[in-house]
Write a protein that binds this ligand. Structure first.
Ligand SMILES: C[S@@+](CC[C@H](N)C(=O)[O-])C[C@H]1O[C@@H](n2cnc3c(N)ncnc32)[C@H](O)[C@@H]1O
Length: 381
């Protein structure tokens, strides 16, 4: 007997969670019922066990194209479709969505590859590609758009995950990992009673579900509780269809089981009611990068300011290749050197000077090197 790939324990539990998430299923079922017209062709992008495609069949789809990059789980999806009596309507393609080529456009595309603050799981780039290549003019994306929200919080679990790395565990200096931890977009899915909200959340931005343009927003919070500012919690509300929304808001009783994100401050800061916290948020969905700048004005107790970016915790190879593996090249090493030199104390000219010996080999000209430095600096925030 020859077996292909088989789903592992982690995948079984992951997909069990999707299938057991009643709030998500109810929302997608209602949205598909509202959008899908009898006979429509529906693309189920990131099909997993095929759940959303099966709901589309129940909503009247004429055919469903289920696309899933994982060959083990799509094999399950095939068998689920057969056992549920929908095999004749659903075709299964094992591929990354950007590799799929279709004979005819689809009327509707549905996807739930949505990160805690949307951008971090890829839906925006995947849908941009679908809109460009696979969706009929006037076709519909589910979800259609998103609103994103942030709130300043005291959050012990998140604080410990960052600060651990400067506690000299076992007597060793692990602070190199602290730099990574402080610049990581953390995923949590804990009950709201484990988070101390220091001020109500605010909407930071909104965008269409296929909008990959960089986003740059500023927002302000007036602290309403005495506590310790550890960072910000970020969540979204998805507009699945004109009358259906879905949120991962940790404080909502109506939330579905998607994780929310935690953006730490470098240090914890004591705050009191009336203190002012300003947050600048930059997102680059095409690169799945986010940068956050926090300014905390505590009146006569002083002003603190941090700039952090997932650029500093992401391997250069992933950024330069947009997710695809690249060979380990000298150019990638040079980009890494540029990142390491952007530490807030050097000017772009000083950085260019210290990499000058790479001009003529990795960088053909000095302006080429200077433009790379400017681009990297812009991405960092
Ligand atoms: C969040 S899960 C949801 C699965 C399913 N839609 C459901 O509702 O239960 C997303 C799935 O999409 C797959 N995936 C993510 N991005 C993809 C892409 N661009 N092309 C194909 N599959 C993708 C992942 O492997 C994963 O199985």
């Amino acid at each position: 007997v020859v077996h292909g790939a088989v789903v592992n324990q982690a995948e079984l539990n992951e997909h069990r969670n999707y299938l057991a998430d009643e709030r998500k299923i109810q929302a997608y079922r209602e949205a598909l019922a509202e959008i899908v017209r009898t006979g429509d062709v529906v693309l189920d992008l990131g099909a997993g066990t095929g759940l959303l495609g099966l709901l589309a069949c129940q909503a009247g789809a004429g055919s469903v194209i289920a696309v899933e990059k994982d060959e083990a789980i799509i094999d399950v999806a095939r068998q689920v479709a057969a056992a549920s009596g929908w095999s004749d309507r659903i075709s299964h393609i094992c591929a990354f969505s950007s590799e799929v080529v279709l004979d005819a456009d689809v009327d509707v595309a549905v996807c739930d590859q949505i990160g805690g603050l949307v951008h971090d799981a890829g839906v925006l780039s995947h849908f941009a590609d679908v809109r460009r290549r696979l969706l009929a003019p006037g076709g519909t994306l589910i979800p259609a758009s998103f609103r994103i929200f942030l709130a300043p919080v005291e959050f012990e679990t998140g604080r410990e995950a960052v600060d651990f790395w400067r506690t000299m565990p076992v007597g060793f200096d692990t602070s190199a990992a602290h730099q990574i931890a402080a610049n990581t977009e953390w995923r949590y899915n804990l009950p709201a009673d484990q988070i101390g909200r220091l001020s109500p959340g605010v909407e930071v931005g909104s965008f269409a579900s296929d909008d990959t343009r960089p986003l740059s927003e500023n927002c302000s919070f007036e602290i309403t509780e005495t506590g310790q500012l550890d960072g910000f919690i970020g969540w979204f509300e998805a507009q699945l269809s004109p009358s259906v929304t879905l949120t991962n808001d940790p404080w909502s009783s109506d939330r579905f089981r998607r994780w929310w994100n935690f953006y730490p401050t470098v240090d914890p800061i004591d705050v009191r009611p009336g203190d002012q916290v300003d947050l600048g948020l930059k997102m680059s969905p095409a690169h799945q990068l986010v940068a956050w700048t926090t300014t905390i004005d505590r009146g006569e107790r002083g002003v603190e300011r941090f700039t952090q970016s997932t650029f500093l915790s992401t391997p250069a190879t992933r950024i330069t290749s947009r997710g695809r593996p690249v060979p380990h090249t000298e150019r990638v090493e040079q980009i890494r050197s540029v990142i390491d030199l952007i530490d807030g104390s050097r000017t772009p000219k000083e950085i260019a000077d210290s990499l000058r010996n790479a001009v003529g080999s990795t960088f053909r000209t000095l302006p080429q090197l200077e433009s790379l430095i400017a681009n990297v600096a812009r991405l960092i925030g």
